[in-house]
Design a protein around this ligand. Sequence first.
Ligand code: HEM
Length: 404
Amino acid sequence: MTQSPEIDLFSSAAKANPYPSYTLVRSSDPVYPLNMEDGHTSWLITRYEDALAILKDQRFIKDFRRLLTPEQREKIREDAYSALSAHMLSADPPDHTRLRALVNISFTPRLVEQWRERIQVLANELIDAIERQEDREFDLIDAFAFPLPIVVITEMLGVPTEDRARFREWSNALLDATGKPEAILGTREKIIAFTMYLRHLIETKRQQLGDDLIGRLLVAEANGDTLNETELISMIFLLLIAGHETTVNLIGNGMLALLQYPEQKQLLQENPLLIKNAIEEFLRFHSPVAISTRRWVGEDLEFGGKQMRRGDPVLVSLAAANHDPEAFAQPDELDITRQENRHLAFGMGIHYCLGAPLARLEGQIAIRTLLQRLPNMRLAVPAEELVWRPSMLLLGVSKLPVAF
Ligand code: HEM
């Protein structure tokens, strides 16, 4: 076996173009023992077939408490973080099945379709505001890609939209700290503030049940043992964070890809019906969730020629899988007309993204509207100067300065 390079999952330079190093690792050591900052080794998965197999294999578990002794479990119950982590993405069946069933219905393509008009109105309002400014330069993330999905998910949940700057601060801090133990310690205060905010919100909403997602969850909570309060808080936390952090990157990365490949931009402008296909290609090309959330090996097993031990952490690189030449022709090229595109940007298996229909709809409306209304948009800085967020999980720029 040839020597594998060290993989950098954090720095802005590595995030701007992680694909060459993924290519090296994929061909030399596709189930790669990656040394993490906390001293542990995580298995990093870079081949498409391996990624698919692990995401669908329930021997790779999400609820790490199953690996602990009763005494260890008791200790973590006191932990600030556990108040927000009793959600479906940290659960295995049967808890996962129960929690997901409570919200599944609200995110089906049919129900999400009812939000189309509202999303279009919001997209237009945001562009109206951009056009009203004297400055012909603006940050696409701040002015458009962030506010659109956060307003949609807060309205769906029934959370006051004016609090969105606070969620952004809290959730950015949490997500940018993933994989970095010291940074995680520094987020404790933010976790506590977020939890208190959610507790207070639930109390207020209990007084007057609204016809929104939180209202429906409160009814479920009151109706029996389907949902306890910690699970309710964790559910709202997950939906708020998953509902906007990722879609921001779909819009940002998608527009960035078009600005970097003007012939693809022109093709889409001349053929607006390609938008659905284009969104799938943006999801594959710069996958907004670069690495899946952590899984643990639930029992000793062999995978890809490696002996894995119970409790080993596993990271599936969706970005690497989505650039695997065994699964995609010319994977490093952006092709909005690509037909064979079974990308893993929304994961796979039981944790397949609940919000995929909503994210797709938001992405399609957002990018189509931007191209229609600001057709001559261009990057206001060289692409090499863009700063990519340091989050291990997410792939997206902090700011996207553009001019029109
Ligand atoms: C482009 C936007 C989005 C991308 C790329 C994305 C990606 C993903 C991925 C990769 C997973 C699986 C993670 C894993 O298995 O480790 C996931 C799960 C999830 N996503 Fe999304 N997501 C997006 C938007 C949304 C939206 C808008 C919502 C809003 C409700 C949402 C809610 C969730 C939830 C609740 C889960 C956990 C599902 C489960 O554990 O069963 N996501 N997402």
